[in-house]
Design a protein around this ligand. Structure first.
Ligand SMILES: Nc1ncnc2c1ncn2[C@@H]1O[C@H](COP(=O)(O)OP(=O)(O)OP(=O)(O)O)[C@@H](O)[C@H]1O
Length: 888
């Protein structure tokens, strides 16, 4: 026989189960029940309270209840309600056990909990979502939660009403729902309680609420307002029911439910479709249903990885409900075949025919499938926390490996772990981190002339975008991996710099461990494409056809091969082409593009793709999982793109296309606004400054042609313009201009050599630098530009310009003077050689009095020159000099 202390404990524990019993948990009532001293009971109750076993409610009388778990400190509450709310939030709720409660359903479940706890009887809730998403299931879990949290008693009922059964019969609904009295209609032989009354104190679940007639919806909201109603046939007496309302509909509530009723439902939650849920959640659901079947058949169930992959990627029209059915039917099919076996093995072959797996048929025959025990299905999916990853990387024994092997190991590790990572381009732009990271990778691709691997790019986004992913770094033993850290840092000076640069840009704070992982990932991200410069992309119609083929194939070959762009049917071809072009732009530095499309997409987007002709471009039509798998296997074997296309053509009867890259040459453009003649001479000086074996093309162009956009874009098809050298900037977008004046003064020569850093070694660069300085010195320049005696000519032109400045009271900048020296020296030579006028020049039309003055002064200043060389400088050339000085 237990002692009084134990008896008190057992009684409080029992009463705590039922919220209605909590008021009985006071010393007086307990003492009466056990016929003992109230003081003694009070002493025991307070002992349990001090130990954190019971909670104390300081109401009158003082009440106690058993806490869900023992607390370190004694817990005291001001009211019964406060104690109840605290208890609810500290107990493990059935709502928290729903798959997805910490992820896709987190928001929904928090909302529901808040609504349920709202005094006195919670707030009505409307659950929407496609068929089979789990609306009825959620309603039942809400009921279980209410019971477990003691918001309702154990005896309170869950009453479910399927309103679609009454869509054509409102009278039947009203009599069943509100009850009736004897004689209310023929056959009403006695008084009858309705569903509303049966649900008193419990939960009333009205499914498919949209199918209820207007009249019934009106009666319903009157009942919701007052908690009272008349039974059918009795308009005098009011019946009462204090129930909690949960509604569900698979239709758009705004369109199908009376606004007056909808207004009375303050909490509306939307359950996501199965294919919108994360892979992890899908896997957990698959495991959950398989475990249920395991219990039913009494055998351990094994499934192939292909089957799991299929179930994850298949679009179940009836959502979770359909998944459950398909799993049940597959198990039943397997059971018929394997009656004698003590294990049940399920493969794609056991899928019911109705799933229509056209895309997957070929997978049935692939024999690289592995069996996994149901209990292991989600085993490898520990939280992808940074601490786990660091710990894993630490365990790779780097001591015995040279640096390349070490990073091979890291690469394999990430590929294994994140094979199915799926972050679409639109998602990456939704966060600040994503946007910045995208900009940064583009910048490093351009400036450092490296390529970015999309797979590692996605991992970084996945792990470091703190808005989306939560992780904790408390448990890593920093001591333990300090050697690891030192070793890794030893090889990664360059990446450390990149990460610092990026962190400054985003203002990212991180602890040491995060930073280390970031550095390793950067290394892998910028390393990978050095060996594999091929983009492999699948584009196909359907909400997730492309991504599911890509994910399935990536999983099957155990490597990240394909990126995917889905083409939902409501998205225009223009938008898709834009997305593909964005994708290509972001990854500019690839060498090969292998594009797999379905038939329709090809017609729609191919003409709008911007693929420059220095890339190899291969196109494979009619993509299916089988074709993608074939391609992926060849990519794994490092087969070159042209051969892949040929092989695919041999194996499948589909259209393929391969366009070999035309290697773009790098070019330096020389141009002078005074005409092609000067530009050509300039070209000769530039050529002289470069090593003989230089692969860079140096050519001269007409200034006004270069300034035209069409001309430049034609030129760019075959050349990569490095920079332009000339007398006046033709303002070509994205191309740096170096003026001759600057070069004469020795300005910007370093900038030119920086631009050439990837083409020449340090020694060659120094030679180029010195050559430019030497060749662009003024006397040398005129020497190169003129056939006349350069020293004499330059002297005369310098004098003339000096006189001109004095006459006009002008003080020209050095640069402008140099420009004029060269220009006029060339001009005189042209006139002497009778090459005629400068090429067409766009001069301003005004013939103002200012110009007349200038013309006079110019002619006067240049009299000596004109006489000496027997030439006459035409007015148009004077006008050019006038404009040149004005603009300078
Ligand atoms: N999160 C879940 N966990 C476990 N089982 C679930 C879950 N969601 C749905 N189910 C199961 O899937 C099946 C379909 O769910 P349910 O009937 O609740 O969907 P519904 O949205 O109410 O569908 P309908 O609109 O067709 O009535 C049920 O057998 C249910 O038990």
């Amino acid at each position: 026989m237990s002692n009084l202390r134990d008896k008190v404990y057992i009684l409080i524990e029992k009463n705590t189960e039922n919220y209605e019993e909590w008021p009985q948990n006071n010393a007086k009532k307990i003492a009466e029940q056990f016929n003992c001293s109230r003081n003694l009971v009070s002493q025991y109750l307070n002992e349990y309270w001090e130990k954190g076993v019971f909670g104390k409610i300081v109401s009158r009388p003082v009440l106690f209840f058993k806490l869900p778990q023992v607390e370190i400190n004694a817990k005291t509450f001001k009211s019964l309600h406060a104690a109840r709310v605290w208890n609810a939030s500290h107990s493990v709720s059935p709502l928290d056990a729903i798959i997805g409660s910490e992820r896709s359903l987190y928001q929904i479940i928090s909302q529901i909990k808040a609504a349920i706890q709202y005094p006195p009887h919670g707030l009505p809730i409307l659950i929407t979502g496609e068929t089979g998403t789990g609306k009825s299931y959620l309603a039942q879990v809400i009921y279980k939660h209410l019971q477990k949290m003691k918001f309702i008693t154990k005896t309170a009922r869950f009453v479910s009403v399927n309103c679609s059964e009454y869509s054509n019969n409102p009278e039947l609904f009203l009599s069943n729902f509100f009850g009736y009295v004897k004689g209310a209609f023929t056959g009403a032989t006695q008084n009858n309680k309705g569903l509303a009354e049966i649900a008193d104190g419990g939960v009333l679940f009205l499914d498919e609420i949209h199918s209820l007639s207007k009249e019934c919806q009106e009666k319903l909201f009157q009942f919701m307002d007052t908690g009272t109603f008349h039974r059918l046939g009795d308009n005098e007496h009011w019946s009462k029911s204090n129930c909690r309302f949960v509604f569900a509909t698979s239709e758009n509530p705004e369109k199908k439910i009376l606004p007056t009723l909808l207004r009375r439902i303050p909490v509306k939650v939307f359950l996501p479709a199965f294919n919108k849920r994360s892979e992890q959640e899908k896997k957990e659901l698959i495991q959950f249903f398989l475990k249920n079947e395991q219990k039913k058949v009494g055998k351990e169930i094994y499934v192939t990885n292909n089957l799991v992959s299929f179930l994850i990627h298949y679009t179940f029209k009836g959502n979770v409900g359909d998944l459950k059915n398909v799993i049940q039917l597959s198990c039943a099919n397997a059971l018929i075949q394997q009656v004698e076996e003590n294990k049940l093995k399920i493969t794609l072959m056991e899928l019911p025919e109705k799933v229509g797996f056209e895309n997957y048929k070929e997978l049935k025959n692939t024999n690289n499938s592995r069996f996994i025990a149901v209990s292991n299905l989600t085993k490898n999916d520990q939280k992808n926390s940074i601490e786990h990853i660091i710990t894993d990387l630490y365990t790779i024994d780097i001591k015995k490996k040279p640096s390349e092997k070490l990073f091979d190991c890291y690469q394999r590790y990430f590929k294994k772990r994140f094979i199915n990572i799926s972050i679409s381009d639109s998602e990456t732009l939704n966060s600040f981190f994503g946007l910045k990271f995208q900009q940064f990778t583009r910048h490093i691709e351009d400036d450092y002339k490296i390529s970015v691997d999309t797979f590692f790019y996605k991992i970084i986004l996945y792990l470091f975008d703190k808005n989306n992913y939560h992780y904790d770094f408390k448990e890593v033993d920093f001591q333990k991996w300090s050697n690891f850290k030192d070793d890794v840092n030893k090889y990664l000076g360059y990446e450390v710099g990149l990460v610092r640069e990026f962190k400054n840009e985003v203002d990212l704070t991180s602890n040491e461990g995060e930073e280390l992982l970031f550095i390793i990932l950067f290394k892998l991200m910028v390393e990978e494409h050095k060996s594999q410069k091929r983009l492999s992309l699948i584009v196909a119609h359907g909400a997730n056809t492309a991504s599911s083929i890509a994910q399935t194939v990536n999983t099957m070959v155990g490597d990240y091969i394909f990126d995917a762009i889905d083409m939902p049917l409501d998205v225009t071809s223009k938008e898709i082409a834009l997305r593909v072009n964005n994708y290509l732009n972001k990854r500019k530095s690839f060498a090969d593009l292998l594009l797999l499309v379905d038939m329709g997409s090809l017609e729609k987007i191919s003409s709008q793709l911007e693929i420059s002709n220095n890339k190899n471009f291969a196109l494979i039509t009619n993509v299916s999982t089988g074709i993608a798998l074939d391609v992926a296997n060849q990519i794994k074997l490092k087969v070159d793109t042209a051969s892949i296309v040929q092989n695919v053509k041999k194996n499948q009867t589909i259209d393929v296309f391969f366009q070999k890259s035309v290697k773009k040459q790098d070019m330096i453009v020389c141009t002078c606004e005074s005409g092609l003649g000067t530009a050509t001479k300039l070209k000769q000086i530039m050529v002289k400054s470069f090593p003989k074996n230089s692969k860079i093309v140096i050519d001269s162009f007409d200034y006004y042609s270069i300034a035209k956009e069409n001309y430049i874009s034609e030129l760019r098809k075959n050349y990569n313009i490095l920079f332009i050298v000339g007398t006046l900037d033709p303002q070509v977008k994205g191309v740096t201009f170096f003026s001759i004046e600057d070069l004469i003064l020795g300005i910007n020569v370093k900038k030119i050599t920086n631009k050439l850093a990837v083409y020449f070694d340090q020694k060659q660069l120094e030679i180029i630098n010195n050559n430019i300085l030497k060749n662009f010195s003024l006397t040398n320049l005129t020497d190169q530009l003129t056939i006349l005696n350069p020293t004499k000519l330059l002297e005369q032109v310098t004098d003339a310009i000096y006189i001109l400045q004095t006459k006009l009271n002008l003080s020209l900048k050095n640069n402008t003077c140099f420009g004029l020296y060269i220009h006029i020296c060339c001009l005189i030579e042209r006139l002497v050689m009778q090459k005629g006028m400068a090429d067409e020049i766009n001069l301003s039309k005004t013939s103002s009095s200012k110009f007349k003055n200038f013309y006079k002064a110019f002619k006067n200043s240049f009299t000596v020159v004109e006489q000496y060389y027997s030439v006459e400088i035409p007015e148009i050339e004077v006008k050019y000099v006038y404009d040149y000085i004005k603009e300078a």
